[in-house]
Design a protein around this ligand. Structure first.
Ligand SMILES: [Zn+2]
Length: 279
């Protein structure tokens, strides 16, 4: 592979929360370590639909995932499968939907909670959580420090060329507490502080890093539709590539072909969006 890259997806973080509340990420923008752009999610701006589009590079109208109640093994080629075609080693630390979309459906809690499959056509090293029982009063999300550590563990043990991490914490907090409140300010602050020490560590290990969200949330913690608060999030990039002008709005479909191009893996013929990084 040409390079190594980690994609960090913090579920349900609107543009304004990233830019107002993530002091470490914003500090690295100021110091030049990171660049940031606005990113607009696909429609519907619903979690599962967005996960599928992030990794296949096609809209929900094409891949067919209409929402969280319609999760299945996708038929489209995706970032994991293209990386495997190129001989890369892949890993994921994420909600179980990611395993169902890109490896096996339905999710078998014992078999699929943790697997190491060197010959897999998609995900070689997976660590998944289902959040079974999730609800308004019972969040059921893992600690994010543990998720960041698990990804780092996989990188060190298995030499991942591409690793994807997904955390639902802030999406759940937004659904519970909405956005104009101390609870959300604090949750974003804690996420930023937990993530921050890992970024220089991953960079020292040779990884480019992208931090973004699947979608935003509006003032009532809702998403799914076209409201800019629901669709728009930030994308932070740590790496050496040339990027677009600062006021560019990146289309979520550009993530898959951009990641594959950075890593030197073939872009699937179904991934028709342009790439936002070059050089
Ligand atoms: Zn989501």
């Amino acid at each position: 592979m040409d390079r190594k890259l980690l994609l960090i997806i913090l579920d349900g973080v609107p543009w304004r929360n990233f830019r107002r509340l993530f002091g470490n990420l914003e500090g690295w923008v100021d110091s030049g370590e990171a660049r940031v752009w606005k990113l607009r999610s696909v429609l519907p701006s619903t979690s599962a639909s967005c996960y599928a589009s992030i990794h296949t590079g096609v809209v929900p109208a094409e891949h067919g995932c209409t929402g969280n109640g319609n999760v299945f093994r996708l038929r489209h080629k995706d970032v994991f499968s293209q990386m495997r075609d190129a001989g890369g080693v892949t890993g994921a630390v994420a909600h179980s939907y990611w395993s169902e979309f890109f490896n096996r459906h339905p999710f078998d809690h014992v078999r699929d909670v943790e697997y190491d499959e060197p010959d897999s056509a998609t995900i070689n090293h997976g660590r998944f959580h289902s959040m079974t029982g999730y609800g308004h009063a019972n969040q059921m999300t893992p600690c994010d420090l543990d998720l960041f550590a698990s990804l780092t563990n996989l990188c060190l043990r298995f030499g991942l060329d591409y690793g994807m991490l997904h955390s639902c914490t802030l999406d759940c907090m937004g659904h519970r507490f909405h956005h104009d409140c101390h609870e959300m300010d604090h949750a974003c602050f804690v996420m930023d502080e937990m993530l921050a020490p890992f970024i220089p560590r991953w960079r020292q290990m040779g990884y480019e890093v992208i931090v973004t969200a699947d979608h935003g949330q509006d003032a009532r913690g809702h998403h799914g539709g076209r409201d800019p608060l629901q669709q728009e999030t930030a994308l932070y990039y740590f790496g050496d590539a040339n990027g677009p002008e600062p006021d560019t709005v990146i289309d979520q479909l550009e993530l898959a072909p951009t990641i594959l191009t950075r890593l030197g893996a073939p872009v699937a013929e179904t991934m028709r969006a342009k790439t936002f990084l070059s050089g």
